[in-house]
Design a protein around this ligand. Structure first.
Ligand SMILES: [Zn+2]
Length: 169
């Protein structure tokens, strides 16, 4: 039987190993060794170390997967967030907020009512006060649409945050 002359990689003791053996126990320190072979050389490695390295690698892989899942989630949320953005008259982009909807509703209702009051007080023909009503209607419609959009945005944001939290925990 052909023997390989190797050394224990734990204590350095010389070992004689059958050429085809995959495992050997060191006679000196009793470490269980795996016989590793490359094209050119053979050497021993403690099995515990191999197991530790495998465990470490799978841990690293898990970590990488988690990281990339979070990055994917963040990216898709940024895209989604952009779809929610509304542009102000000054050209600034912002996310829809409930407060803005309430502000628009209140402002247009007030302006429409003032207009109606004014038109009636000067005895303008009937369709003039009705303009005010139209104005109020359009304002409230816009306010409601914006409010629904703000709710939708909040829901999406919360869902994104909880998903992200789940991924990280
Ligand atoms: Zn040894």
């Amino acid at each position: 039987m052909k023997l390989l002359a190797l050394n224990c990689n734990q204590c350095g003791a010389p070992l004689e190993v059958p050429a085809k053996a995959k495992f050997v126990t060191c006679n000196f320190c009793s470490t269980q060794l795996s016989v590793q072979r490359t094209d050119k050389v053979a050497y021993t490695e403690a099995i515990e170390e191999i197991q530790e390295r495998t465990r470490q690698m799978s841990e690293d892989l898990k970590h990488l997967k988690k990281q990339s899942a979070v990055e994917d989630l963040d990216r898709s949320w940024r895209r989604r967030r952009e779809q929610f953005m509304i542009r102000s008259q000054q050209g600034e982009l912002s996310v829809p907020r409930k407060g803005m909807a309430i502000g628009i509703g209140a402002f247009t209702t007030l302006a429409g009512l003032l207009w109606m009051g004014f038109a009636m007080s000067i005895g303008a023909p009937g369709f003039f006060p009705l303009f005010g009503l139209l104005f109020v209607g359009a304002g409230l419609f816009n306010a409601m649409r914006l409010s629904a959009k703000a709710d939708d945005f909040h829901r999406s944001h919360r869902a994104y945050l909880s998903k992200r939290h789940d991924l990280l925990s």
